[in-house]
Design a protein around this ligand. Structure first.
Ligand code: NAD
Length: 435
């Protein structure tokens, strides 16, 4: 059986390479010829730890290839995965034009009975919509919903050792069930990880998972603001709350707001789905609003410290939305940088992996430097946005000696226990009481 992965981005490339790693024959197809060229020349267009070795091994062993001829790749396949982008529209709903285009191409090119697996995050009802698009194809196309839960930065491990695999297909669809079981068997050897359900529930599960996680973050971010007002410490609160087994310790970290290509758009899309059906999803809508407010937190702190930011040089450490990825989509750093530029400040930024993406966005409106300390030279303040490991334990004496003013704003609270105020810094974190 041949597998075709349509869309070779963060999800498609990882999924395609990992399926190949389990012995499957996979063609990754994408309409972006530059991306395919990079891959065919042995490069990897994104930064994702561990991916390069898996891609290289599977290409070398003949199980993985790349093409920009999407129809040709579909013609060979019995399983086509759709992993194209579903970005937000202006009204918050998901833009399904790429999914529709893939469905149409599949219908026009399928050469045998096959499954079309929707791996992209798509609103409830999309499976039914895609079925309508492919219904007149010359061979039966079984449309399956299989949302992806991998995390950028840990994507390979998440794909090969998933918590669960959600598969939505008709209860009596033996053809689809057999193919999906077989494809995921290698990552379910220790226990059956497939959670079978109807397509609508599978589609909704993805949005509910992401919104639940986003909600925890927004709630803790609100509580962090309250901590600052009442003299409490968000770390202590987090430990106290997270030690309750019913709550657990994960996704309770206060910070500069969540970013990335998933949480912001998926929360908005869920709210939009609710409205489409005459239901205001209050918690989800508020989660989104709280996050928008939180993304301004470091800028507000800078404003209250300096009042006038014109001509101030602000160093930014970390532009990606989280460590171990070069992805800057919806990153809180962008909100800060945009506000600083609008206020007339000068921005000097450093990020171990996201420089290229940030340069595409900002050109020469901000200065990017190779070494983290260079960003701090002559800076009036240093803002930590992404908790890359290399920023965890910097030489603070050196920082103090090269900065124009020793002002540290720690958006991830990674320096809050270092006694930086006692060392002569103006230090502030998110909801922390530090010394
Ligand atoms: P991405 O932007 O990195 O990749 C999408 C790819 O699809 C691009 O390379 C684009 O050129 C290609 N494409 C667009 N239209 C196409 C078409 N008609 N035919 C072939 N290729 C086409 O996006 P991503 O981050 O991989 O996300 C893909 C989907 O997976 C989205 O729905 C997203 O919400 C979901 N998802 C993403 C993550 C994540 O961490 N990035 C995690 C889980 C789910």
């Amino acid at each position: 059986m041949k597998l075709c992965m349509v869309g070779t981005g963060y999800v498609g490339l990882v999924s395609g390479a990992c399926f190949a790693e389990t012995g499957q024959s996979v063609v990754c197809a994408d309409i972006d010829p530059k991306k395919i060229q990079v891959l065919n020349e042995g490069g990897i267009p994104i930064f994702e730890p561990g991916l390069d070795a898996i891609v290289a091994r599977n290409v070398e062993q003949g199980r993985l290839s790349f093409t920009s001829d999407v129809p040709a790749a579909i013609r060979e396949a019995t399983a086509v995965f759709c992993a194209v982008g579903t970005p937000p529209r202006a009204d918050g709903g998901a833009d399904l034009s790429a999914v529709d285009a893939v469905a149409k191409t599949v219908a026009e090119n399928c050469q045998r009975e096959m499954v079309l697996v929707l791996k992209s995050t798509v609103p409830v009802g999309t499976n039914a919509r895609v079925r309508r698009i492919v219904k007149d194809a010359p061979f039966p196309i079984h449309v399956v919903s299989n949302p992806e839960f991998l995390k950028e930065g840990d994507a390979v491990g998440d794909f090969l050792r998933p918590d669960r695999i959600v598969v939505g297909c008709d209860a009596d669809d033996a053809f689809a069930k057999q193919i999906m079981s077989r494809l995921y068997h290698p990552v379910s050897l220790d226990k059956d990880r497939i959670v079978w359900m109807d397509p609508a529930s599978a589609e909704l599960t993805k949005y509910v998972s992401n919104t639940m996680l986003a909600m925890r973050i927004s709630f803790m971010n609100e509580i962090a603001l309250l901590c600052e007002r009442v003299g409490a410490d968000i770390h202590a609160v987090r430990f106290g709350v997270g030690s309750d087994d019913r709550i657990g310790p994960k996704f309770l970290y206060a910070g500069p707001g969540y970013g990335g290509s998933c949480f912001p758009k998926d929360v908005k899309a869920l709210v939009h789905t609710g409205r489409d059906h005459g239901l205001e999803l209050e918690l989800a809508a508020t989660t989104d609003r709280v996050n928008d407010r939180q993304k301004g937190v470091l800028f507000r702190k800078l404003k209250s410290h300096f009042t006038d930011l014109r001509g101030k040089r602000i160093a930014v450490w970390g532009v990606s939305f989280k460590p171990k990825t070069d992805d800057i989509r919806e990153a809180p750093a962008l909100t800060l940088i945009d506000a600083l530029l609008a206020d007339g400040a000068e921005v000097v930024a450093h990020d171990p992996e996201a420089e290229e993406n940030a340069k595409k966005l900002y050109g020469d409106r901000i200065r990017f430097v190779e070494k983290a300390y260079e960003a701090a030279e002559g800076a009036d303040a240093l803002c930590l946005l992404t908790e890359w490991r290399q920023y965890q334990n910097p030489d603070f004496e050196r920082l103090k000696s090269i900065m124009r003013q020793p002002v540290l704003l720690d958006g991830r609270n990674i320096w809050s226990s270092y006694g930086l105020r006692a060392q002569g810094f103006t230090y502030d974190g998110i909801g922390v009481q530090s010394t």
